[in-house]
Design a protein around this ligand. Structure first.
Ligand code: DHB
Ligand code: FE
Length: 284
């Protein structure tokens, strides 16, 4: 049986990945944000996920305007990173979980979610930054991630976009899919994005909406599904729509207790946030 052990939302500012590579985690403006992951690492040691499913928005690396699924899931045995405009990164491979991924696809189809399936997928910084934060490599090197990964892409760039309500329901359907998996898997869901940011302007962040988001993600995620996409853009900036990834995560990882969270802003142009929710029952 598949078990949802928790959900984690995090910002995925690329400067975070570059700070890790340059060993600058203790420097301004990152220090409090990185320090907050100490509690996450202790929790990972104890909760022992086998698979991390990462909801993220592709930024033009794998999907472009000519070919943009609304939702796409990786069903490959592995994934790799690629140059996103900052020079070729150190090549990395992320181990997939094709068996669980194909089970999720079948379950989603039966649940009336017609997702694109990707036998090849280049992994965008949005997913990789989250994994870097969860499983930091030793020193400057890039070690292997000690879990399998299933990337799930949500279109956040090319209208018409899925609504917040649809993303939340996708997450709920994925929660059902995990629980109906016949094999044994301990699954952590990650939503990688947000919170507020407006890259095209002057790095505006929207504190009030970010505070509301963190409160509602914890106590009443459904409330956030009442917003339209246009309202989110007005309240949280154009890239504030990355909140979709947190809603999908919370749809799949329902209930539970907050282990730790932080709001540290700005990091680069973004309201930097992290929240970890433990959904294990009867285990703690
Ligand atoms: C930044 C944030 C993002 O979410 C992203 O994808 C790229 C850059 C930033 O704040 O710099
Ligand atoms: Fe982004």
């Amino acid at each position: 049986m598949g078990v949802v052990i928790g959900g984690l939302g995090t910002s995925h500012v690329p400067m975070i990945g570059r700070a890790i590579a340059a060993n600058k985690q203790a420097e301004v403006p990152f220090a409090p944000f990185f320090a907050s992951f100490g509690r996450v690492h202790a929790w990972l040691d104890e909760a022992r996920p086998d698979v991390v499913i990462v909801f993220y928005n592709d930024h033009g690396l794998n999907f472009f305007l000519d070919n943009m699924p609304t939702f796409a899931i990786g069903v490959a045995h592995d994934y790799r990173n690629a140059d996103e405009g900052w020079g070729p990164p150190e090549p990395r491979t992320f181990r997939g979980d094709a068996e669980l991924a194909w089970h999720i696809v079948g379950s989603l189809m039966a649940d009336e979610f017609d997702v694109a399936t990707c036998q090849e997928m280049i992994f965008d910084h949005a997913g990789i930054t989250a994994l870097d934060l969860l499983f930091p490599a030793d020193g400057a090197g890039h070690g292997d991630i000690p879990v399998a990964t299933i990337p799930i892409m949500i279109n956040g760039v090319l209208p018409p976009l899925p609504t917040p309500a649809r993303c939340y329901k996708l997450g709920q359907a994925i929660g059902r899919a995990i629980r109906s998996f016949p094999g044994h898997r301990r699954v952590l869901l990650v939503g990688s994005g947000g919170l507020s940011h407006e890259l095209g302007v002057s790095g505006k962040i929207y504190l009030d909406f970010d505070r509301l988001t963190l409160e509602k993600i914890e106590h009443d995620p459904q409330a956030l599904t009442q917003f339209t996409n246009d309202e989110i853009v007005d309240l949280a900036g154009a890239q504030g729509l990355e909140l979709m990834t947190w809603l999908a995560m919370r749809g799949a990882a329902a209930g539970g207790d907050i282990v730790t969270s932080i709001y540290h802003a700005p990091i680069s142009h973004t309201g930097g946030a992290m929240m970890l929710i433990d959904t294990r029952e009867g285990e703690r």
